[in-house]
Design a protein around this ligand. Structure first.
Ligand SMILES: Cc1cc2nc3c(=O)[nH]c(=O)nc-3n(C[C@H](O)[C@H](O)[C@H](O)COP(=O)(O)OP(=O)(O)OC[C@H]3O[C@@H](n4cnc5c(N)ncnc54)[C@H](O)[C@@H]3O)c2cc1C
Length: 458
């Protein structure tokens, strides 16, 4: 937090508001969280009422969750709310829990690192048994897995929530570039902090590049959010006019996944003088000459090299699932090492006692915590159905959400479905940049994540 100069002001690194105003927003966040929590309790009550014989059967099942981040822990917590006194094993190597949706705000200078990191242990509710280790090998044919420490873990049912990671080897020179004084990245906390500092000192007349990777992307909005927020900051500091800001993506537009939003943000990018380059994939970075090398694909499929010098780059590599998953029988050809699940039931297509949640799943849904909030009830409901030998009766409808931070103090909030159609537009006023959703993103969503999701009230 920035040092407090006036006791009547509270600050989020560089942004100040009156204490009364802050309390009002925090109060609004608390009310929102309370309402969502109550909604979660209500749906839990309705969806997971079990008779005592059923509950006994469910309690006897040996359930293992691989990965204890927001996906794995939300499923485990919701399961324990539905079946108190049960036990569920969670395998997770990290002692720190990272609130990744806050990473963009760290890189943009709104949050401090301490706002997004908290201890893992208190997140484990009674009934969760934590194996502090990582999965080294899945053996789904034998209903078991082996950890890096050599522990053999057998299960009746497995939930996989291993997430995805950026593959720094996917772009030549990327790892090297991140160690120089000209590159940072909001996806990895230390590089996010570094980006914030480099952006603050970028000289006027400098050229900044923001890139977007090919393939599936964790939070597909984040690479442009940091572009929007940086551009806005440079503008508000009066440094923007001599600067060049470029957004380069292999996609065909700025936000093609949701056409209605794309129709707004593409002209907005043009109006703000951010030069967009479509069909551009970052292939390499030459750190010695500070040059980013892109492969530009034309409409007829031919490619050409496009080289651009930079003074600051926010480079993105491709994403992949952790080795234990992508090298296992749980994935399949053509799905990039992701978990092969039915996109609605989240049940594995070949191993019916295996379910998935979150980023590691091949559902085609956006890889966001907002997706997990909608998936977790389906996973838990179907897990219980499977244990009780019932047909699976819970479907994830493909809905996800995005708080698109378009400038400091403004956010477009929208939910959309598998087809890229907006959902609940009346509630979000999705096509507008509003102060309200900015405040909710900065003050409310972390509470929703921490208090509602991680406590299983989804
Ligand atoms: C910069 C950025 C901005 C984002 N913004 C938003 C946003 O605004 N809104 C939103 O909803 N989402 C956002 N997200 C996305 C959101 O953070 C992810 O979708 C979410 O964290 C995915 O949760 P997960 O549990 O599936 O995977 P992760 O959170 O990635 O967790 C995977 C877990 O598995 C563990 N693991 C890995 N390998 C193994 C192994 N072999 N054995 C055991 N455990 C293992 C890891 O330690 C980790 O704890 C953002 C993400 C980033 C990086």
């Amino acid at each position: 937090m920035a040092p407090e100069t006036n006791p009547d002001e509270v600050g989020m690194a560089g942004r100040r508001m009156s204490r009364r105003k802050a309390l009002r927003y925090l109060g609004g966040g608390a009310v929102g969280v309370a309402v969502l929590g109550m909604g979660g309790v209500w749906t839990l009550e309705r969806s997971a009422r079990l008779g005592s014989r059923e509950a006994e059967k469910v309690k006897k099942a040996r359930i293992v969750v691989a990965g204890g981040s927001i996906g794995g822990l939300t499923v485990a917590a919701r399961f324990l709310r539905a079946v108190p006194d049960a036990e569920i094993v969670v395998i997770e190597p990290k002692e720190e829990h990272h609130y990744q949706p806050g990473y963009t705000l760290v890189a943009a200078g709104v949050y401090e690192e301490t706002d997004v990191v908290f201890a893992q242990a208190p997140l484990f509710l009674p009934g969760m048994r934590w194996i502090k280790d990582s999965v080294a090998r899945f053996e789904p044919e034998r209903n078991r897995l082996v950890t890096s420490g050599g522990t053999l873990v057998e299960y009746d049912f497995l939930v996989v929530g291993l997430g995805v990671e950026m593959d720094l080897g996917s772009v030549e020179g990327l790892a090297e570039a991140l160690e120089t004084g000209y590159a940072g990245n909001s996806y990895m906390l230390p590089y996010g902090r570094k980006f914030r500092d480099l952006a603050a000192s970028l000289p006027s007349g400098g050229r900044a590049l923001f890139t977007y990777p090919k393939g599936y992307v964790k939070c597909g909005g984040a690479p442009q959010k940091i572009c929007w927020l940086s551009e806005d900051k440079w503008r508000s500091e009066g440094r923007r006019q001599d600067m060049e800001v470029h957004f380069l993506t292999p996609q065909s537009s700025v936000f093609p996944v949701v056409p209605v939003i794309d129709e707004i943000v593409k002209p907005m990018m043009e109006a703000r003088g951010i030069q967009h380059h479509f069909h551009h994939e970052l292939k390499a970075i030459d750190v010695s000459t500070r040059t980013a090398i892109f492969l530009e694909e034309s409409e007829n499929g031919t490619t050409r090299e496009h080289r651009m010098k930079y003074d600051l780059i926010h480079p993105m590599g491709r994403f992949r699932t952790p080795a234990a998953l992508r090298q296992s029988a749980l994935t399949a050809d053509g799905i990039g090492g992701q978990l092969e699940v039915n996109r609605e039931t989240l049940q594995h297509k070949r191993f019916p006692n295996v379910f998935g949640v979150g980023d590691c799943c091949a559902t085609g849904a956006p890889k966001t915590a907002a997706t997990i909030r909608k998936q977790a009830p389906a996973v838990v409901g179907n897990l219980i159905d499977a244990i009780l030998d019932r047909p699976l009766g819970h479907l994830y409808d493909g809905t996800s959400g995005c708080p698109l931070l378009t400038r400091h103090g403004r956010c477009m909030m929208f939910e959309f479905d598998f087809q890229g159609q907006l959902v609940n537009e009346w509630l979000y006023q999705s096509t507008k940049e509003t102060r309200l959703w900015w405040e909710f993103k900065v003050h409310g969503l972390k509470r929703l994540y921490r208090e509602v999701m991680l406590n299983g009230y989804v």
